[in-house]
Design a binder for this molecule. Structure first.
Ligand code: 13P
Length: 340
């Protein structure tokens, strides 16, 4: 799978996701995470309210101008809009590729106290076939690594890289573009250079595993963290410093043949995430660099909506504002020439 230079449908989908000056909306919180966020906004955590909120997001007028795809969770993929259209059908009709989170969450990793491995490989091939049949075009799997005096261990990096690679290979065999998300969390007081070194070793181990699994880099999207100082680090970094550190790590740790890199926001404020994404566009790299933000796009929308049907338009305006701001920085520069 790695050697072909022929353009395949997977390549075309991956390019549509990350090479068209748009980003990916991550709206795939699990039922329990979404329920907590709804409760935090004063909204009852029911299946109908989770559906209404996701409907608000995907039907935002003009969303497809800035978002090429949306990642949904299993519950939403099986739900329908109030007009009766199943979510994946409605997304496709709205010009947005529907994606599906297929991991089942980060669970304690034996042999690594305080660390996790992301699970979900059991029965994965059958689930991928079903999701593809339902209209999903791409998938997501998130691994989580933490920086502390003793973590991440090589064992946690290797276990997560192995699972990501098996997932990615299965996706490509099912005709879905894998979004491969190894996230080094920004929690902690570590420095920018510590984050750079841990992100580099994490991505190197993911790249090695992807190669061993025969994953075609041109038919996948990498979704890493930006290289950032920890949230509690007294010395914060400018967007230019973040961009330089991030690109240096990517250049030495990932395949130049990747379809693209779509960053997660990881708890950055919407404004900081956008400023860092803008600085990343200034640097010369071989991949489109775009966004696949969750919280940095949807938190303002949830707050503006607050579960009130009279405030759906406010929630949509908040989402559109942040999607447009991020898409604008992608188009402001040479990235459109790179991605053609
Ligand atoms: P954040 O942008 O909120 O980090 O979410 C991205 C995501 O998809 C997490 O899996």
């Amino acid at each position: 799978m790695t050697t072909s230079t022929v353009t395949t449908p997977l390549h075309a989908t991956a390019r549509e996701l990350v090479g068209t000056g748009r980003g990916i909306l991550a709206a795939d919180e699990s039922i329990s995470t979404m329920s907590k966020r709804l409760e935090g906004a004063g909204v009852a955590p029911t299946g109908t309210n989770r559906r209404d909120y996701r409907e608000l997001l995907v039907t935002t007028p003009g969303l497809a101008d800035g978002a090429s795809g949306v990642i949904l969770c299993d519950e939403t993929l099986r739900q329908s809009l109030t007009d009766g259209r199943p979510f994946p059908v409605a997304c496709a009709e709205l010009g947005i590729l529907p994606g599906i989170k297929v991991d089942t969450g980060a669970k304690p990793l034996a042999g690594a106290p305080d660390e996790t491995v992301t699970e979900g490989l059991d029965g994965l091939d059958d689930r991928l076939a079903e999701y593809a049949e339902m209209g999903a075009r791409f998938a997501k799997w998130r691994a989580v690594l933490t920086i502390s005096g003793t973590t991440p261990t090589r064992w946690a990096q290797a276990a997560n890289a192995h699972a990501l690679a098996r997932y990615a290979r299965s996706c490509q065999e099912a005709g879905l573009v894998p979004v491969v998300e190894p996230e080094v969390l920004m929690d902690g007081a570590h420095s920018l250079s510590e984050c750079a070194s841990i992100t580099e070793s994490t991505l190197l181990s993911v790249t090695r595993a992807l190669t061993a699994a025969g994953v075609d880099p041109a038919g996948m999207v990498l979704k890493p963290n930006m290289v950032l100082p920890g949230a509690e680090c007294p010395q914060q970094s400018s967007p230019a410093q973040v961009a330089r550190a991030t690109v240096e790590v990517l250049r030495c740790a990932v395949s130049p043949r990747l379809a693209g890199v779509a960053f997660l926001s990881g708890g950055q404020s919407p404004e900081t995430a956008t400023a860092n994404l803008a600085a990343l566009q200034e640097l010369d790299v071989s991949w489109p660099l775009t966004f696949s933000f969750g919280r940095a796009l949807v938190s303002p929308a949830l707050e503006a909506w607050g579960g009130d049907p009279d405030h759906v338009a406010d929630g949509q305006a908040a989402l559109a504002h942040h999607v447009d701001a991020n898409a604008a920085v992608l188009r402001d520069d040479r990235s459109s020439e790179r991605t053609g």
